[in-house]
Design a protein around this ligand. Structure first.
Ligand code: SME
Length: 159
């Protein structure tokens, strides 16, 4: 089954998802509770997301945080794979075909495309948002734009 969506269809869902995430985190200060609910809201929003979650930047490497989906790699070295490259550059990355991304880490061999967004606070890396899909070319600039808004909300949750 193809779960391909037009950008206009995605945009509607992202607008309500961002509102939902603002409401879910409003008035709550516990980081793990908030990120757990955000990963659940993300995964539920789109059928084409096969995995949605967070890695924390801890002790110079990425360490698995709250997520929804199959069990995943726990530690990722900076500069390795899509997540490690995003963390190293502090820049959002879209891998339209992960098999063509140098060093891609196949936690789930079914994963075909991926988007990773850094969560920065005053310029410092705190975590990343990682989303996978079982189809190639699942992510576009629209996903990047709205997931960047989600990353901004997450940034405010870190001390
Ligand atoms: N594929 C990622 C690793 C994390 S999992 O997808 C959850 C990467 O290449 O960085």
């Amino acid at each position: 089954m193809s779960v391909f969506m037009k950008d206009s269809e995605k945009e509607k869902i992202y607008i309500s998802l961002v509102k939902e995430i603002r409401a879910l985190t409003d008035g709550e200060s516990d980081l793990i509770a908030n990120l757990s609910n955000i990963s659940a809201a993300l995964k539920r929003a789109f059928l084409f997301y096969s995995w949605a979650g967070f890695y924390f930047f801890k002790g110079g490497e990425l360490v698995l945080g709250p997520f929804q989906g199959k069990p995943a790699c726990i530690r990722i070295v900076l500069g390795r794979g899509v997540c490690g490259t995003c963390a190293d550059k502090k820049e959002a990355m879209i891998a339209r075909d992960v098999s063509k991304f140098p060093g891609h880490i196949a936690c789930d061999p079914g994963s075909k495309s991926e988007i990773v967004i850094p969560i920065l606070k005053n310029g410092d890396l705190k975590a990343i948002i990682d989303i996978d899909s079982y189809e190639t070319n699942s992510f576009s600039e629209i996903d990047k734009k709205y997931l960047q808004l989600v990353a901004d909300i997450c940034s405010n949750l870190f001390e």
